[in-house]
Ligand binder design. Structure first.
Ligand code: G2H
Ligand code: MG
Ligand code: MG
Length: 296
């Protein structure tokens, strides 16, 4: 089996260096919360990594936003979110992360999440455990949904149907009941909370591969489970994820939440007047036939 430890150590060093970038400049208007820093950090990371590993490929949030094709092949590929939590970054809400995953043959070999403000470096390598600042990490192991803190994200969708699906999912969880529902504004850090036992589960439909690939392996290596939102096999390109302290908790969340259809990350983006649309948007919530036994 190939040993990717050299790549992991290099990834950790560039993530920590890039985490020193602090300047906030909006790209065009206050409504456009992609900052120049997002783009600069991605360039710093890709430039450093590609100099050292010229054969490797990249999937970067800002490169894809600029029109680059999003395709995960069997080649060694770095999947990068230069700033996970851009809205937090702009508002100085103190949870912002650099997220880097590395996949070979479409399998994630390691993940790095550097929560810059907290100065917390999470990492995991396949089969070798998960760590926070070098110390081993473990999920809570909680199996009882009624004792769980569950994390999710509010996202950027603001249409009525999207919001009603989002809020009704939270409503159903709170009515189970769970101990609490939280949202930190960064999927990578949300999922690392599950890895460290600060939360017992995370779920979301609509995140991209760069938001969740690194933290998914961190949760698994910390002893947790990562599934699709229907409880099945997790596909990093599907934009559907549950990360949980146990299979029992993951399955219970899968039973409770209503699906929210999204275009896969590796689907061709929609064309709009000859231009690629800005995002691979969620299609809006749909009821599936298996929803009929769900309340609310
Ligand atoms: O700040 P970003 O990278 O857009 O990510 C958000 C989700 O869209 C938080 O995870
Ligand atoms: Mg992100
Ligand atoms: Mg980002």
């Amino acid at each position: 089996m190939a040993d990717w430890t050299d790549c992991l150590n290099f990834g950790i060093s560039v993530a920590k260096r890039a985490g020193e970038q602090k300047e906030v400049k909006l790209k065009s208007s206050p409504a456009d919360l992609v900052t120049e820093t997002d783009q600069r950090v991605e360039k710093i990371l890709i430039s450093a990594i590609s100099t050292r590993y010229p054969q490797h490929r990249f999937i970067g949030e800002e490169s894809v936003a600029a029109g680059e094709r999003l395709q995960l092949t069997d080649s060694p590929t770095w999947i990068i979110d230069p700033i996970d939590g851009t809205v937090n970054f702009v508002h100085r809400f103190p949870f912002v992360a650099i997220s880097i995953a590395f996949a070979v043959n479409k399998q994630t070999e390691f993940g790095i999440v550097y929560s810059c403000v907290e100065d917390k470096l999470f990492h995991a390598q396949r089969g070798r455990g998960a760590f926070l600042n070098g110390e081993p990490l473990h999920v809570s192991g909680q199996e009882d949904i009624s004792r769980c803190v569950v994390v999710t994200e509010i996202g950027a969708e603001r249409d009525d149907l999207a919001l009603s699906t989002l809020t009704s999912n939270i409503f159903r969880l709170l009515k189970l009941p769970v101990h609490g529902v939280r949202a930190l504004g960064t999927a990578a850090v949300d999922m690392c909370q599950v890895a460290m036992g600060g939360a017992d589960a995370y779920y979301h439909i609509g995140m991209h591969c760069w938001d969740i690939a690194a933290s998914a392996i961190i949760v698994r290596e910390a002893g947790g489970v990562v599934t699709d939102t229907d409880g099945g096999w997790f596909d990093v390109m599907s934009r559907r994820v549950i990360a949980a302290s146990s299979s029992a908790v993951a399955n219970r969340i899968a039973q409770v939440i209503r699906p929210f259809p999204c275009r896969r990350d590796d689907e061709e983006p929609l064309q709009s007047g000859g231009q690629l649309t800005a995002d691979r948007k969620c299609a809006g919530p749909l009821m599936k036939s298996d929803d009929t036994n769900k309340t609310h």
